[in-house]
Design a protein around this ligand. Structure first.
Ligand SMILES: Cc1cc2nc3c(=O)[nH]c(=O)nc-3n(C[C@H](O)[C@H](O)[C@H](O)COP(=O)(O)OP(=O)(O)OC[C@H]3O[C@@H](n4cnc5c(N)ncnc54)[C@H](O)[C@@H]3O)c2cc1C
Length: 409
């Protein structure tokens, strides 16, 4: 294989930046250009946590300052890629210029999903994906303002926690009675969801059916609205937090293989031999043709960039541990590893009567996944069990006096 001399990375988010960083670390001497309309790459998780509540200043959001780009000879172009020619790999930018490339990396992430209901396209509705979104949201997180949040997933729950702590009134609306089961298992998800009411957030289990504006306020109709036996929530602002749509139109236009994400092999290569896809847009197609889950988490975005860097240089692919994510709310730090989606037996370890760690076991006893509240060490031990195929003793797993690190040996 030949190593490219001219690489263009489309999207300077976490995955794109991680790949550029890894390429230089591994000794890649060719030209690297990152194109992103947002400019200097920055971290997104703080946007719903410590940046949103003001603990983290704006200048701490970027992964590095501009000097890193100069020192590492990485060119950052603040622009949007509009097309990539699949034959020549010429990259067209919104400004009208073009960039030559002999290999291309797609790292375009996603944008917040909107609700396809009446009023779902109102310009005043808020979303949270970018720093600009967070800046706009911060303005309504103040006493006297009422924020309605549609979707009680990770971002909706984090913003509810931040908003109520800032003194705003919050109504959190989701049609699912216990959001987060797929990521954390039922016991932990239920415990966390109950914390909303305990902290003064109104929760509504309801389908949002329409948005409207009335007298300078937003009206959220749920389950049909008052005329149809439903109800309405009147708020100063509405955050729609119902997940993301991966930005895959460039890949589609190039004719790459897709299936709710850009399909990649274990080296992050797409169906085009000179095009990689990494981060939130990429979905693994195993060698046997079966499809993996498209991860939308911080660590998997970093890992995919590192893998693509190794692959591009023809080096051994790094071996990554089981997928991991975290989320924070109401002063609690939640981590999850592996998968909690599959059918299995849920073993729960309690601390002072409160669920602290939930482990999903397969029928043969091996660990599929786990979630823990303020239990980083436990998650590390369980990750080791997953990676090494260790079958733990069920009773010891549930016993809070047993050190999980010992079970993972
Ligand atoms: C508010 C928030 C909180 C989060 N919290 C957590 C958390 O607690 N834990 C966790 O594990 N994960 C969390 N995540 C998820 C994590 O941040 C993402 O998985 C990660 O950012 C994905 O990286 P990415 O590079 O694939 O995409 P992104 O970070 O979205 O970067 C994609 C970049 O591509 C650019 N782009 C798009 N289209 C084009 C184009 N045509 N031309 C040029 N550039 C383009 C975009 O401007 C963007 O900068 C959070 C995400 C958000 C938004």
């Amino acid at each position: 294989m030949s190593i490219p001399e001219n690489l263009v990375i489309v999207g300077g988010g976490l995955a794109g930046f991680s790949m550029a960083q890894e390429l230089r670390k591994r000794g890649f001497g060719g030209a690297i250009t990152i194109v992103d309309p947002e400019g200097l790459p920055y971290d997104r998780p703080p946007l719903s946590k410590e940046y949103l509540d003001g603990r983290q200043p704006a200048d701490k959001l970027p992964f590095s300052d501009e000097s890193w780009f100069t020192e590492n000879n990485v060119t950052l172009v603040t622009d949007t890629v509009t097309a990539i020619d699949p034959d020549t790999l010429e990259v067209s930018l919104a400004s009208g210029t073009t960039l030559p490339a002999d290999e291309v990396v797609l790292a375009t992430g996603g944008h917040a999903r909107s609700l396809p209901i009446p009023g779902g396209d109102l310009p005043g509705l808020r979303y949270l994906r970018t720093k600009a979104d967070a800046d706009a949201l911060r303005e309504v997180l103040v006493p006297g303002k009422h924020l309605a949040i549609i979707g009680a997933g990770l971002i909706g729950a984090e913003v509810a926690s931040t908003a109520v702590h800032a003194g705003a009134e919050v109504t959190l609306i989701d049609p699912v009675p216990i959001p987060g089961v797929a990521g954390m298992g039922e016991t932990i998800a239920l415990h966390l969801h109950k914390l909303h009411e305990a902290h003064g957030v109104h929760t509504l289990v309801a389908q949002t059916t329409a948005f409207a504006e009335r007298d300078g306020k937003f009206v959220v109709e749920v389950d049909g609205g008052p005329d149809e036996g439903g109800t309405e929530v009147v708020a100063d602002a509405v955050l729609v937090a119902i997940g993301i749509i991966p930005d895959i139109h460039l890949a589609r236009d190039m004719g790459l293989d897709m299936d709710r994400g850009v399909l990649v092999d274990e080296s992050q290569r797409t169906s085009h031999p000179k095009v990689y896809a990494i981060g939130d847009i990429a979905r693994l197609r195993h060698a046997d043709g079966t499809l993996g889950v498209r991860h939308e988490h911080w660590e998997s975005a970093t890992h995919s960039g590192q893998t693509a860097a190794a692959a591009l240089l023809g080096q051994d692919l790094p071996v990554h541990p089981a997928p991991w994510m975290w989320t924070d709310r109401y002063g609690l730090h939640v981590e999850a590893v592996g998968t909690m989606r599959e059918e299995g037996e849920l073993v729960v370890r309690y601390r002072d009567g409160v669920p602290a760690i939930a482990v999903m076991l397969a029928g043969d006893g091996h660990v599929l996944g786990a979630a823990a509240i303020d239990g980083g060490n436990a998650i590390r031990a369980i990750r080791r069990m997953i990676d090494r195929g260790i079958i733990p003793d069920r009773e010891k797993l549930a016993d809070p006096t047993v050190d999980l690190k010992k079970l993972a040996r």
